[in-house]
Design a protein around this ligand. Structure first.
Ligand code: GTP
Ligand code: MG
Length: 352
């Protein structure tokens, strides 16, 4: 088994190749030009009006496109005719409409997967692990394995495709100070990879507050444009800052709006650059629930809807972990067992 990783270990796999590939693609495709257009690209909408719209919760062309002329006129202080024109422009730029099933299938063709290290967990996720162009969320109590899964993925994404990776780098946005290089080294050694090389391919940023966390997404886009072959973005934790900063009762709507926008941007990043997004989320006790596991994920419906795959993690018997698929477009609600060991996430605990 170990020999399998040998090339990777001493010669390193050639990330510079992946780098070139990314550059080529960016150049060739003119990636998502209309998707990147913002409110101020619409004729008649300057920074002043854009700011008013943002204050009202309209951040992008989609938000604008679905408004009625009357409500836009009121929000932005425009005449109704001008408002109608802006909405039409937004709809035009977005190419709203249908694509054929085969076009849709083609769009999904380049989706790739990153192994979690556990076959059980991979199967729960549809067979090959977490998916690019999707957000996978893991929520659960402290110690349930959310961060450990993130660290494992940060290592595994670097493996060649034949070995369950995506031949790319990972970005780790750390909001809680839980990133541990030692763990990355251990997990790398566990799969026969060169720990120092693996560490080099993980770009870590500590996000100090929610605004900083949001800004870091732009930085990721820049790095990708510069040719960094980033295939995985980890946000550990997605919600902690938002939760701490918007603690008051009256702030819930603001928090949800900000979180919603952030998730929207995350999804766009995943789709534009064909990368996987893994986010962790805390739980809170739900006193209203009398039976079963009385825990609910933070962020409510906003996070629930934005996540393509939702895993609920908890501690199981004899040091095991249990993952439950909560919400997915195409997979059944199932459960599986895995372990967190020195080698990261695995099927069976072979440690002493
Ligand atoms: P919070 O961030 O506190 O909400 O929890 P989390 O879900 O992120 O927990 P995390 O992934 O950090 O899991 C921590 C647990 O993983 C520890 O309590 C240990 O049980 C286990 N763990 C971490 N490192 C090792 C290791 O090297 N060997 C073994 N056997 N277990 C480990
Ligand atoms: Mg954690």
């Amino acid at each position: 088994m170990l020999e399998k990783y040998n090339i990777y270990k001493d010669k390193s796999f050639n990330l510079s190749m992946a780098k070139e590939e990314t550059k080529e693609k960016e150049k060739g495709k003119d990636v998502g030009k209309e998707a990147e257009a913002g409110l101020t690209d619409i004729p008649g909408i300057g920074p002043g009006i854009a700011a008013k719209l943002e204050a009202a919760g309209i951040y992008d062309l989609m938000g604008l496109a679905v408004l009625s002329p009357a409500s836009l006129a009121e929000m932005a202080g425009l005449g109704e005719a001008a408002a109608r024109k802006s909405i039409q422009a937004a709809r035009g730029m977005m190419k709203l409409g249908f694509i054929s099933g085969d076009e849709f299938a083609k769009k999904r063709e380049d989706v790739s997967h990153i192994t979690t290290g556990s076959t059980n967990l991979n199967n729960l996720l549809g067979g090959k692990g977490i998916e690019t162009k999707a957000i996978t969320e893991a929520y659960g109590a402290f110690g349930s394995g959310k961060t450990q899964l993130g660290l494992t993925l940060a290592v595994r994404v670097q493996l060649p495709k034949e070995q369950g990776g995506a031949n790319g780098k990972a970005v780790f946005i750390d909001t809680e100070g839980t990133f541990r290089p030692e763990r990355i080294r251990q997990i790398s050694e566990g799969i026969g990879a060169n720990p120092e090389k693996v560490l080099k391919n993980i770009l870590v940023a500590r996000a100090f507050n929610s605004d900083h966390q949001i800004l870091l997404l732009d930085k990721i886009s820049e790095m990708i444009k510069d040719g960094e072959p980033i295939k995985l973005v980890i946000i550990d934790s997605l919600t902690a800052h938002f939760r701490a900063e918007f603690a008051g009762r009256g702030q819930l709507a603001d928090r949800q709006q900000k979180l919603n926008r952030y998730l929207h941007n995350l999804m766009r990043l995943a789709e534009q650059h064909n990368l996987a997004v893994y986010v962790t989320n805390q739980v809170m006790a739900n006193p209203a629930m009398m039976f079963g596991d009385p825990t609910t994920a933070i962020g409510g419906n906003i996070v629930a809807h934005a996540s393509t795959y939702r895993l609920y993690l908890r501690r199981g018997k004899q040091g095991s972990r249990v993952a439950k698929m909560i919400d997915s477009p195409n997979l059944p609600e199932n459960e599986c067992q895995f372990y967190v060991t020195v080698k990261g996430v695995v099927d069976e605990d072979t440690e002493e």
